[in-house]
Design a protein around this ligand. Structure first.
Ligand code: CP3
Length: 352
């Protein structure tokens, strides 16, 4: 029984994706895509026609199937667990619902210290359906395909907990931060501890890498990031189970990249608003980078997609430690054929 397991571990550790995370040389540039499983796929829409999103997230047989299906259809070099950032807020005491056409809503947003004091740290046992999906997906994937687990970063989770949904100016988040720093720090501490325990349980269940999504952190300037966010990111990276690469992802965060790097992460995720070559030299070549195609390029012709891929590969200069990805998630209106063409172009143009 133990022999195939060892062989499988070797296969996954030698995968192009994990080699790139460790900045080791690879035969071709590995690629996976943010939201590679989702509404742009007919097979996903067919499943979603039968079941609401939150119930889907809590049905391991289906989330594992969706995770594996995306890899098989696209030919990407890593799987990302199909799950969502926000269900971890439920055991903390927040009432989460996904409304049709509106996205996630929190019905009892926290806007003052009393509400924040009432929130509890998330019991990692509450996310059992996620660990079960990890075990199922791991068994369904080819042994050489790494599985990426993930969680929302404390700032991005706090922004949902405080705003109650998506926001344009983060007025409530920043108002709390500027008016009651003490309450802010209590909230971020609870979130950071919850996320750390949750990610370590994902690692114990079998993920090969983890990504922290700080999708909305780009609304902050560097001084605020340093005081209100960085200590919590550092806490998480410092307390993750060693030996599993961590990807630190943000968007619109060009000015924050040196501070994000300082906070931690073996791989820094980049969106398309930065020049990959320029920021990698700024971040330092002792970190891997992931990115950074504009997801809207997928609406162009396959020829144009190919040219844009070549451009990004040139900026990475064949340095060890580049993982190809989009700068943000695939949009639901995207053609699946163009996504397949993208993956193929990355493999073809990066072949050593
Ligand atoms: O990338 C993957 O393939 C893994 C799955 C994944 C989902 N959400 C599935 C999903 C991941 C990694 C996420 C992360 C996530 N979720 C983020 C950070 C990523 C980012 O965009 O930077 C955020 C902010 C969320 C919260 C969330 N969940 C939002 C804002 C929405 C609504 C999005 C929309 O356009 O309607 C969701 C729902 C959601 N999460 C969907 C999917 C496939 C759509 C649900 C549906 O089928 O209706």
């Amino acid at each position: 029984m133990s022999k195939p397991n060892i062989a499988n571990k070797t296969a996954v550790q030698n995968s192009a994706f994990l080699r790139a995370c460790r900045r080791e040389p690879v035969d071709y540039t590995p690629v996976w895509l943010l939201r590679q499983a989702g509404r742009y796929q007919k097979a996903y829409r067919d499943i979603r026609a039968q079941i609401d999103f939150l119930t889907l997230c809590k049905t391991p047989a289906l989330t594992a199937e969706i995770t594996v299906m995306a890899v098989e259809r696209l030919g990407v070099d890593a799987a990302i667990l199909f799950a969502d950032l926000l269900p971890i807020l439920q055991p903390m005491g927040l009432h989460l619902e996904y409304l049709k056409g509106e996205g996630p809503v929190i019905h009892n947003p926290v806007r003052d210290n009393t509400a924040i004091d009432r929130l509890v740290e998330a019991d990692p046992d509450s996310q059992g359906y996620v660990y079960e999906a990890i075990e199922l997906a791991r068994r369904g994937l080819a042994p050489s395909i790494p599985l990426i687990g993930f969680a929302g970063a404390p700032f991005t989770l706090a922004s949902y907990a405080i705003e109650g949904g998506a926001s344009r100016d983060y007025r409530h988040v920043k108002t709390l931060m500027y008016r009651d720093a003490e309450a802010w720090h209590v909230l971020m501490d609870k979130l950071a501890r919850s996320v750390t325990a949750y990610l370590n349980r994902q690692i114990a269940a079998g993920v090969d890498a983890v990504q922290l999504f700080d999708s909305w952190v780009g609304c902050l300037g560097p001084d605020d990031y340093r005081v209100y966010v960085q200590p919590y990111m550092r806490h998480i990276f410092d307390h993750l189970t060693p030996g599993v690469p961590a990807i630190h992802f943000g968007t619109s965060a060009a000015a924050l990249l040196p501070l994000m790097r300082e906070a931690g992460g073996d791989v820094i995720g980049l969106d398309w608003r930065v020049d990959l070559s320029e920021v990698w030299s700024r971040i330092g070549y002792d970190r891997a980078v992931q990115g950074n195609l504009d997801p809207i390029v997928l609406f162009a012709s396959p020829e144009e997609i190919g040219r844009r891929v070549q451009n990004i590969l040139q900026k990475a200069e064949k340095r060890p430690g580049h993982i190809f990805n989009l700068g943000h998630g695939i949009l639901p209106e995207t053609s699946e054929d163009h996504v397949i063409a993208l993956v193929d172009a990355v493999h073809r143009f990066s072949q050593k």
